[in-house]
Write a protein that binds this ligand. Sequence first.
Ligand code: F0G
Length: 458
Amino acid sequence: MELPFAESWKIKMVEPIRKSTREERERWMKEAHYNVFQLKAEQVYIDCITDSGTGAMSDRQWAAMMMGDESYAGASSFFRLKDTITRLTGFTYVIPTHQGRAAENVLFSYLVKAGDIVPGNSHFDTTKGHIESRKAIALDCTIDEAKDTQLEIPFKGNVDPKKLEKALAEHADKIPFIIVTITNNTAGGQPVSMQNLREVRAIADKYNKRVVFDSARFAENAYFIKTREEGYADKTIKEITKEMFSLADGMTMSAKKDGIVNMGGFIATRWEDWYEGAKCYCIPFEGYLTYGGMNGRDMDALAVGLDENTEFDNLETRIKQVEYLAKRLDEFGIPYQRPAGGHAIFVDASKILTHVPKEQFPAQTLTVELYLEAGIRGCEIGYILADRDPVTRENRFGGLDLLRLAIPRRVYTNNHMDVIAVALKNVYDRREQITKGVKIVWEAELMRHFTVQLEPVK
Ligand code: F0G
């Protein structure tokens, strides 16, 4: 008999978690204004709000922390991190930042100005925020197939080369660079193929433009290339990683995802002019160039994390857990963005809460229902997160309305996945009775989802 699959690690330290009663959760949800970001973590049983900064570090990472060099300038921790990044990506210039959006802030301060257009594949909300706050436009060139959640194609995160080429043909003078997010978080943790990265490179070269990868989940992207794209089965994750980045000019990185640290990020590039330009913004915003918002010990933990998470076994364990949850949802017929993504399952709320009008935010309503059902915290990647159109100030209902269940790395077991699946099934079974959603009582102008206050529609 073939041996079953099991995790490529064993557990050395645990953290207790606690269940609550439905009455408690109803009270807490009301106090949180029906916004799960406003809940206290201790009010949550299984936390799938994000896979960002919530992973479990390895014994090697914790050991590396003891070697942290906390010198203000020239810390050896920085050079260990820089050498690892250069070895993995080929980029020789590295600027550490305190997290991914800080890398965006520093690099975009140098590169993006009012009136610019930055084409890409479903820019993440902070990426879009950093572009729009500079009065520039984040132009989404994702393939149309990404919007059909039931369509099963291997690289649903891809850039549509035709849309990209059109943008460049029409607005080349306004485009400072192209940004490709690997994996495409907003489209459902969906990967981008090497073939597509090559096509983007060719278009960029034709118009003499540079390409940035938003690389938060680059290792998961490499895993999907290895397992889904022809010609890559025998390549190592590190070889694939190197090849991916050979097609870019630079990267912004939220190290809180595939770096498996709790806080951290960086910019890396092969171009001296970008480094020189960005470094002027790093110092006032983030700190001196050899720490940029990170402790020495954190840079050491990140160097080890990047190395570990570009090994196949670690990634296989992770992706198989996400697939396991997907299979359980399949058993119950619950629709989600197919195929299962790298870091999360994106449940298609608009196909479940069909009686809740879009103006009452179905995915947010489902997020609230799942929390009330079992204390499971997902988050809305939908109409609230989409913010208002910066020009018309209308809600943007053009995209998908999803409940994201992000799975922290190396944290939960498949028993937890079973609890999530059954809790969602219980909500799914009473979907016909859910006819009213939520309304906005207060919202911020940008990135409103973190602080929005909601009320159930009566
Ligand atoms: N880019 C992508 C693709 C992301 O998913 C994120 C963060 C960022 C950039 C910003 O990085 O949080 O370190 O500042 N995504 C988190 C999430 C918050 O839950 O998906 P950050």
